[in-house]
Design a binder for this molecule. Sequence first.
Ligand code: SAH
Ligand code: SF4
Ligand code: F3S
Length: 449
Amino acid sequence: MPRKLHIRTFGCQMNEHDSTRMVDLLDSALGVECTEDPAEADILLLNTCSVREKPQEKVFSELGRWRPFKEARPGTLIGVGGCVAQQEGERIRRRAPYVDLVFGPQTIHRLPEMIAAAERERSGVVDVDFPEIEKFDHLPAPRVEKARAFVTIMEGCDKFCTFCVVPYTRGRELSRPFDDVLAECYELAQQGVREVTLLGQNVNGYRGAMEDGTEADLGLLLYYLAGIEGLDRLRFTTSHPNEFGEGLIEAFAELPELVSHLHLPVQTGSDRLLARMHRNHTRAEFLDKVERLRTVRPDMSIGSDFIVGFPGETDEDFQDTLDLVAEADLDHSFSFKYSPRPGTLAAEVPDDVPEAVKQERLTILQNRLGQQTMEKSRALVGREVEVLVEGPSRKDPNEVMGRTPCNRIVNFPAPEETVGSLVRVTVTEALPNSLRGRLSREAAVERAV
Ligand code: SAH
Ligand code: SF4
Ligand code: F3S
């Protein structure tokens, strides 16, 4: 009987992707089978996030829920990985001694050995090293069944925004070699993948070593990836407005494979706070990037991240944020209440915006952002969009679901054979979290080059 594995994941797409890789790895090393039910799992893994206090708190409550499963079946292994594990290390086992494994985002490839050691020695194993990017060389080649795949191109972050814990949990920026990324994407295309999202905390900081001793930046990588037969859609996330140079804007101008959608976190519209956050750019510079992108791509949909209630945020600062949202005409965005993270620079100054004010600002901002997103969805009604069909619709097996270039989910009646292909769909209805549509033409979309 194969052992059963249950993984719960918090945090960003990097973490989601790491969890997928862990499943692949443990499947090839130990032949495990995944289960949704933690009660029947032999191996329970929690992939954690520490970017705000809330996801961090969930770690111990989840572990508390898992504890009885281990008491009922003492052979059960419990592991904690991800960013909280990286930061807390041994302290996790002090607070929850029934945890067997603690590992960081850079040591997931060592999981099979860690599991073997924990079982052999019947004692806890903690591995929160930051080895040089070796994890990529030790993970099995990705296996996919879907039309969409994620590829990590770099790890870590050197930006040290004053509020952010990521540089401490993920380590310094390290890019995967250019040829490795290319080979992985080629392999995915061979397996039928049509859309690749390049992942990293700061992908436009990509500097991939090339065979000839030079380095490739993100723009160059995108040109090469666009040349891979079968890869029709390219995305990348997350990028920092600072390193968003001419090369990338040119890539949007020239590469039809790059979708007209971008997530570009700005955090605040206030210059004063941008400086205090060490974002190293101004509001005008951000808006200028947005404008230039829309010059080369008039239909560019841009989403962002915002923090409200950063220390010292005044009503004027917040108004600057609302103005920026209106001016940039943003699409789907994320917004959060500032949460001081231990070890970061901002945590050393008082968290002085009262909770009630943070909450009020968050509600106002989220309403505005939500309205903008809905307006954009409504504007799509009656229009024809390109959809990459991912699989059967969750609600109705006679329908399929796919995504538009701007990452909206569309449900529409279509034969199963359309799964994995690009089709034209006329949008018939805009719902709060998805669109409904009608197939315009069943044939895969031919690109005008
Ligand atoms: N690498 C990305 C985002 C990293 S974290 C970037 O540089 O933009 C994702 C988002 O979480 C951030 O964009 C920010 O909006 C939010 N965030 C990070 N630290 C936070 C904190 N201490 N409090 C509240 N939100 C935070
Ligand atoms: Fe955090 Fe800033 Fe790095 Fe993004 S760029 S991960 S917000 S430090
Ligand atoms: Fe969270 Fe770590 Fe990602 S802190 S947002 S899981 S990099």
